[in-house]
Design a protein around this ligand. Structure first.
Ligand code: NDP
Length: 408
């Protein structure tokens, strides 16, 4: 992904041969999460290629300490300041620097011995450290899609200004990126983002009214963190991905098609202006796009399971049901509106998912909450960072106050 334009493929990428590839020193923000732990599996399998230089967690001090003792990073950050002493006591003898809090997170990404920052935090919390890493000129492997949803224009402009490359980790965006390799000079006619459809594909609104948290957390193909799993069940995730794609690849809404593909084998496609379409496919395993983002432009050898056509006699495709899964329609509307609308959508959705995970609202009420918040928070067509931070805070407040009974 190029920081010098909204299209990937800065021609200044000089392909190295695998043998020449140098050690990549990585800061993994959110190392205790689903993406973070899988990134560390990649590091563990390729110690000749990757070194974990910084690890960070929100509250899971125990796993952070365990990871630090294994991977021996230069520094760790625990988001929860109250746990600083505990982590320090555990890591001081190993000579690992320990910091705490959001400010420290934004500072460690700038450390001189970090080459690449993998943003695997969840939600709005990823925005500041990602911007700080870009300002420090670090290459970004971006999993934290919310950063581009909230502030896509600011982030991509900052990347352009600093000449920073942003490589996508999300499997769909990695697929598009992989389809574009060798096509940098060819305009995209459209992309096709594939969606598994989640655990409730084919259900009616009436059937969704009483689905439980446990049912929503059972994704058919992917094992992910709780927030993105709920977003996949509501199809909000696909809406967030459409906004992410808009900024990563410089697309208009009419160039982004969403297709439900329940097998999750084709990870996404690109159609060019001659009508030709390229697809990237493989078994659903997030380690693949993580590795690709960490090692680009190389393909690093792996022994992971390979796709077998005989095991998948049919790959199927269908249109998404925007009436049942209103979150997707709301996200596409917010994308088209632009300004602070995607930021407000994201904040309301983070509150809605949190309340659903706490069994305080029902599945369908999540989109009611998002729609209400989008209607209520004033629209700002050209927000700066301060205005986005304010819009995020206001949207969270509006969402929480929408039905006071929910907060009791
Ligand atoms: P998880 O919830 O599993 O992990 C989130 C990580 O961020 C954890 O390390 C967590 O720490 C840390 N964290 C959470 N909140 C804060 C905070 N306020 N300050 C500091 N650290 C924090 O999420 P995922 O790994 O599933 O997702 C991460 C990002 O990647 C999301 O944006 C998601 O949309 C995206 N993504 C995920 C995919 C997946 O397969 N999981 C696929 C594609 C994209 P702790 O453990 O201590 O709570």
């Amino acid at each position: 992904m190029s920081g010098t334009g909204s299209r990937p493929g800065n021609p200044t990428f000089a392909p190295l041969s695998y043998a020449q590839a140098t050690m990549e020193r990585i800061a993994i923000l959110g190392s205790t999460g689903s993406i973070g732990t899988q990134a560390l599996e990649v590091v563990r399998e390729h110690p000749d290629r990757f070194q974990a230089e910084v690890l960070t967690a929100g509250t899971n001090a125990e796993l952070l300490v365990e990871q630090a003792l294994e991977f021996k990073p230069n520094a760790v950050v625990i988001g929860d300041v109250a746990q600083l002493d505990r982590v320090k006591d555990a890591l001081f003898p190993a000579g690992i620097k320990v910091y705490a809090g959001a400010e420290a997170l934004a500072q460690v990404v700038a450390m001189s011995d970090v080459d690449l920052v993998l943003t695997a935090l969840v939600g709005f919390a990823g925005l500041r450290p990602t911007l700080a890493a870009i300002e420090a000129g670090k290459t970004i492997a971006l999993a934290n899609k919310e950063t581009l949803v909230v502030a896509g224009e600011l982030v991509t402009k900052a990347a352009q200004r600093k000449g920073v490359n942003i490589y996508p980790v999300d499997s769909e965006h990695s697929a598009i990126f992989q389809c574009l390799v060798g096509e940098w000079h060819n305009p995209i006619e459209k992309i096709v983002l594939t969606a598994s459809g989640g655990p409730f594909r084919g259900r009616t609104r009436a059937e969704l009214a009483n689905v439980t948290r446990a049912q929503a957390l059972k994704h058919p193909n992917w094992d992910m963190g709780a927030k993105i799993t709920i977003d996949s069940a509501t199809l909000m995730n696909k809406g967030l991905e459409a906004i992410e794609a808009k900024w990563l690849f410089g697309l208009r809404k009419d160039q982004i098609e969403i297709v439900v593909h329940p097998q999750s084998i084709i990870h996404s496609m690109v159609q060019f202006r001659d009508g030709s379409m390229k697809a990237q496919m493989g078994l659903p395993d997030m380690k693949l796009p993580i590795l690709y983002a960490m090692a680009y432009p190389d393909r690093v050898p792996t022994t992971w399971p390979r796709f077998d056509f005989a095991a998948y006699p049919a790959l199927t495709f269908e249109a998404p049901d925007l009436d049942t899964f209103r979150n997707l329609a709301l996200a596409l509307e917010a994308m088209e509106r632009g300004g602070n609308a995607p930021c407000v959508l994201n904040a309301a959705n983070e509150v809605a998912v949190e309340l659903f995970l706490q069994d305080r609202i029902g599945f369908l009420e999540m989109s009611d909450l998002v729609a209400h918040t989008l209607r209520t928070v004033p629209f700002d067509a050209a927000p700066d960072l301060a205005a986005l931070i304010a819009a995020d805070a206001e949207a969270r407040q509006v969402a929480r106050e929408h039905m006071p009974a929910w907060n009791s």
